[in-house]
Design a protein around this ligand. Sequence first.
Ligand SMILES: CC(C)(COP(=O)(O)OP(=O)(O)OC[C@H]1O[C@@H](n2cnc3c(N)ncnc32)[C@H](O)[C@@H]1OP(=O)(O)O)[C@@H](O)C(=O)NCCC(=O)NCCS
Length: 167
Amino acid sequence: MTSDVRLRPVEERDLPIFFEQQLDTDAIYMAAFTHKDPADRNAFDAHWTRIRADPRVTIRTILVEGRVVGHVATFVDEQFGKQEVTYWIGKEFWGQGIATKALSRFLTEFTKRPIYGRAARDNIGSVRVMEKCGFRVTGLDRGFANARGKDIEEVILELGGGKERAP
Ligand SMILES: CC(C)(COP(=O)(O)OP(=O)(O)OC[C@H]1O[C@@H](n2cnc3c(N)ncnc32)[C@H](O)[C@@H]1OP(=O)(O)O)[C@@H](O)C(=O)NCCC(=O)NCCS
């Protein structure tokens, strides 16, 4: 377990690292609800330019011992109209508790509630990360997953909406 997990605003030099991290095929399969073509650098750049300029989006770069290991963000989902979280950790850094620490820190900085998360039902790691940060599963949905080329089941999680277990 690593303890030196820090967050800071995204800098231009982080973007090539994020691009490489989101090209990993295992990660793409896991996340499932990805962009149509993660290898399209122009689409990636356009997406990041748009989200970095959007006042409804808060994104933080995750650093461990000064290295860029991923990112964590919140945005208002266009389809569902709700505040959601998302995160991505470079594969070489998985399994060290980084996503849990990063999301937990992010949630102390970004305090708007309720806040939601969605994950492919078989993305056990992502569901667990949210549960460890206090989210509770409140429902299931189905949606088209670009990475799977079909509709799959999604888990919906919620924090601060009154449906989670009392501490
Ligand atoms: C999902 C993801 C963020 C997990 O990051 P991580 O830093 O490895 O997660 P943590 O180390 O904080 O693990 C948190 C918990 O999840 C569990 N976990 C993590 N990955 C897992 C996996 N692939 N299968 C089963 N459990 C897993 C850990 O064991 C831990 O639970 P525990 O404390 O009860 O043992 C990372 O794999 C990732 O970025 N994947 C690709 C992108 C993605 O899926 N993003 C989320 C989209 S909804």
